[in-house]
Design a protein around this ligand. Structure first.
Ligand SMILES: [Zn+2]
Length: 268
């Protein structure tokens, strides 16, 4: 097998919590007064964070449903989509970009990696100035009402307050070339498939991240978006700027320009 990384696209961005955000971490049951469902935090600073896996997984799941892909694999109780036939995989943007298990003989490298995103210093300082229920978070109480007795069953939910910003976030998208019996890596196709990342971000803005989304939590917005390209010719010397966008809608409307700028830079 011979596959070569031709270039990498670096997508920088910020994520703003438009409504309170709950991304669950380890249960706090062992602490005194621990919450049932605490938010995930960076252990060094105790600040809440957005795991790259949460962002990537949610984008993938929204894209699978948006494109009506077959839910043909089980991970425990969870059903997901994952191509296992070469023909399907070759044209499946979601599997090519987000990955399939490495043990599949048709697998080529996962194109997209998404890093964990920390709360910005600015948001952390602002939140430190308020008296909150827990460091950097509020506890929202959701109440389930018994339909017969009307008894209330309150459940506390820890959230990062609306308005908090996480960043800078980074997604790295690798463009490959190489051919073999079981696979093809076509850099031109990789450039075109990058669009599915932007589409996943767009679907996420209209859905929610983390838990309790159908009850109001987890609306997020992307901002301060930057796109840069590093090619194998001058990988460590130079980042080629591709574009800057204040909001995702700007990037989505300039997608074609992005693709042609990348193709021009790469000569594909
Ligand atoms: Zn697929």
């Amino acid at each position: 097998m011979r596959i070569q990384a031709q270039a990498r696209v670096f997508l920088g961005f910020h994520v703003r919590a438009v409504t309170g955000l709950h991304i669950g971490g380890r249960t706090g049951g062992i602490e005194i007064g621990g919450l049932d469902n605490p938010v995930i935090r960076d252990p060094l600073t105790n600040r809440p964070l957005i795991p790259g896996s949460s962002l990537k997984g949610k984008m993938r799941s929204l894209l699978e449903k948006h494109h009506g892909l077959a839910m043909n694999r089980r991970i425990g109780q969870t059903r997901i989509h994952s191509c296992s036939e070469r023909q399907d995989y070759q044209s499946c943007k979601v599997c090519r970009v987000f990955g399939i298990p490495g043990e599949e003989r048709i697998a080529t490298p996962t194109r997209l990696l998404v890093r964990d995103i920390l709360l910005t210093d600015d948001s952390a300082e602002r939140l430190e100035g308020f008296s909150l229920d827990r460091p950097y978070t509020e506890v929202k109480t959701e109440v389930a009402i018994d339909r017969i007795t009307s008894a209330a069953n309150p459940r506390p939910l820890e959230r990062v307050p609306a308005g908090a910003e996480f960043g800078p976030g980074e997604m790295v998208y690798t463009i490959y070339s190489g051919n073999g019996e079981e696979y093809t890596c076509d850099p031109k196709q990789d450039v075109e498939f990058l669009g599915v990342v932007f589409e996943g971000m767009g679907l996420l803005e209209q859905d929610y991240l983390g838990g309790s989304g159908s009850r109001g939590s987890g609306k997020v917005a992307f901002g301060n978006i930057t796109l840069e390209l590093r090619t194998k010719e001058d990988y460590f010397q130079k980042a080629h700027p591709i574009g800057k966008y204040k909001a995702l809608s700007e990037l989505l409307s300039e997608q074609e320009k992005v693709v042609s700028a990348l193709r021009e830079n790469l000569g594909v």
